[in-house]
Design a protein around this ligand. Structure first.
Ligand code: DGL
Length: 283
């Protein structure tokens, strides 16, 4: 069996890269739904349908576990799929399969608390001491998942989301770094204006942004801690495997890359980040 990693495009490679480092002997199939990228401006129903199709494809490729390395899919579609589709898919396939997201590990990393922990609601007002900025696609920002789930656990953290409508598409297309830097600086400024000051910490809440994390670091005040989704997801997956020995991740070290878009090589922004040429097969 293999671990499937899914994203609308190349952003999920940032998570995949870290998973491969953490589980070097596991077999991996990466699926980029580039024919339909970006997801971030699409209506919720479409995101659910596309995410489900991606998971079905990865199960058909022999994956038993799919990691949605996409905040948009995880925040908009994951709960719906777990509740309405996954039980039937398990029955039809006759083997254990599951779909995991990256929002839960990110919230655990941001709060320093396990997901199961919910803060006791006290009547008195809790002072917000820690200001957290979240840069994401419009769909993720509209879901308010980071605001809602962090507030349930840590009432001393104030969360402000900054939707970045063009950024994932630009990274997906391999836009020049100076153009990306200008857009990122604009979003960092817009967030600062809205909050009244810079955030104390930030989440890059779209996996595409991790590919240009250095540009966010340069635009934010020096030393602003970034909560890193790839590492948080790898840690969460290691804990998941320890709890669920029925999920074997293979032992062949196989790496396959599939795309619903144009097969072949990816652009240089991705290859520089990845550190080697990547060849995508047609999905
Ligand atoms: N990389 C994705 C995310 O984490 C999707 C970006 C998009 O397709 O708009 O949200």
């Amino acid at each position: 069996m293999a671990i499937g990693v899914f994203d609308s495009g190349v952003g999920g490679l940032s998570v995949h890269h870290r998973l491969v480092e953490r589980f070097p002997t596991a077999d991996f199939v990466y699926l980029a739904d580039q024919a339909n990228a970006p997801y971030g401006g699409r209506p919720g129903e479409e995101i659910v349908a596309l995410t489900r199709a991606g998971c079905e494809r990865l199960f058909a490729e022999g994956c038993n576990l799919v990691v949605l390395a996409c905040n948009t899919a995880a925040s908009v579609a994951l709960r719906r799929l777990q509740q309405t589709w996954l039980p039937g898919a398990r029955r039809d396939l006759g083997r254990p399969v599951n779909v995991l997201g990256i929002v839960v590990p990110t919230i655990e990393a941001a709060t320093g608390l396990p997901w199961e922990h919910e803060a006791e609601r006290r009547g008195d007002k809790v002072e917000k001491l820690d200001v957290l900025g979240v840069f994401s696609t419009p769909a993720t920002a509209a879901s308010r998942v980071y605001e809602i789930e962090i507030d349930k656990r840590r009432q001393d953290v104030a969360v402000f989301s900054e939707p970045c409508p063009e950024l994932a598409r630009m990274i997906e297309a391999g836009a020049p770094r100076d153009e990306l830097a200008a857009v990122i600086e604009g979003h960092v400024k817009a967030l600062k204006t809205r909050i009244g000051r810079h955030p104390d910490r930030a989440i890059l809440g779209c996996t595409h942004y991790e590919i240009v994390a250095d540009l966010f670091e340069a635009a934010l005040p020096p030393g602003t801690p970034l909560i890193r989704q790839p590492g948080a997801t790898a840690d969460a997956l290691a804990r998941y495997f320890a709890r669920h020995p029925e999920f074997d991740a293979g032992t062949g070290g196989v790496r396959r890359f599939l795309t619903t878009g144009r097969p072949g090589a990816q652009h240089s922004l991705v290859e520089t980040f990845w550190g080697a040429p990547l060849h995508f097969e047609p999905a």
